[in-house]
Design a protein around this ligand. Structure first.
Ligand code: C2E
Ligand code: CA
Ligand code: CA
Length: 259
């Protein structure tokens, strides 16, 4: 299938430098893949692969990030179509949506059109929106996100717990799954409170019947702790790093062959 030409010519062929990597997500009870997150990478001709931390702040300032997000979303749809066509196990893939993209009044329609072009059922497309994006301009973001959710997309609140109004916002935020901020698992925890906070958030999420995934899981101890607290989904270096599409495809095929 030929790829749709880029949505808009921005002066240089930026899309030739942009690639989607996939980081698998796991069920910690079965240690099996349950999906992936698409993460953008910039392929620099001399410097090699650049992580998003280097170029996203620039793209956010000039607004290009919204185009890049749609490009990664389309790459994801193309990948899912390939899975459907080739009998590769089909799992949802989440893409990150920058706050900038929500100012596009056609966002919902564009996401629907791209999914339809590749005949991807929307339940396989998950949208990650950071908690801080929810917190700024929340009325507008809430209404667009609710529309997306009503339209069949699964909504993930990324970096949950990183903002200042997390708990209050949960009251009314349209969301299906929360992704725990990975800083809860980081070494910096001078008062030893991070574990208690994690436990509390997971218990609360379970009571609210919200799905919960932990991000940045790097060790077996963290895995055991999270499971003990009632969280069963994880993403992190303990399981797998972000990888190229070909490698993720091999992983899915291998899992299929083993079971
Ligand atoms: P994020 O959405 O919170 O993505 C998770 C980041 O954590 C990824 O970094 C991932 O590689 C990293 N990570 C995963 N597991 C571990 C772990 O066990 N330990 C540690 N230390 N890190 C882990 P990455 O790919 O560098 O992305 C950084 C951020 O850039 C993302 O954070 C997201 O905010 C943004 N980003 C990435 N791709 C896109 C995109 O396509 N669109 C937009 N708007 N933002 C993106
Ligand atoms: Ca994310
Ligand atoms: Ca995150």
């Amino acid at each position: 299938m030929s790829k749709k030409p880029p949505l808009q010519n921005l002066g240089f062929k930026w899309w030739e430098h942009v690639t989607a990597f996939f980081q698998p997500k796991y069920d910690m009870c079965t240690d099996r893949v349950i999906g992936a997150e698409a993460l953008v990478r910039w392929e620099h001709p001399e410097k090699g692969l650049l992580p998003p931390g280097i170029f996203i702040p620039v793209l956010e300032k000039n607004g290009y990030i919204a185009k890049v997000d749609l490009y990664i979303y389309e790459e994801t749809c193309i990948f899912l179509k390939k899975c459907m066509d080739e009998g590769i196990p089909l799992h949802p893939v989440s893409v990150n949506l920058s706050r900038v993209g929500f100012y596009n009044p056609n966002l919902f329609q564009t996401l629907c059109e791209i999914a339809e072009r590749y005949q991807i059922p929307r339940k396989y497309l998950e949208l990650e929106i950071t908690e801080t994006a929810y917190a700024t301009d929340s009325e507008m973001i809430f209404s667009v996100v609710e529309k997306l959710r009503q339209g069949g997309f699964r909504i993930l609140m990324d970096d949950f717990g990183s903002g200042y109004s997390s708990l209050n916002m949960l009251k009314e935020a349209p969301v299906d799954e929360i992704k725990l901020d990975m800083r809860f698992l980081s070494a910096a925890d001078p008062y030893g409170r991070a574990e208690e906070i994690l436990h509390m958030i997971i218990t609360m999420g379970n009571h609210m019947k919200l799905s919960i995934i932990a991000e940045g899981v790097e060790t077996e101890q963290q895995k055991v702790m999270l499971q003990g607290f009632g969280c069963n989904k994880a993403q992190g270096y303990f399981y797998a790093r972000p990888m190229r599409e070909a490698e993720y495809t091999e992983l899915l095929k291998k899992e299929k062959a083993e079971n």
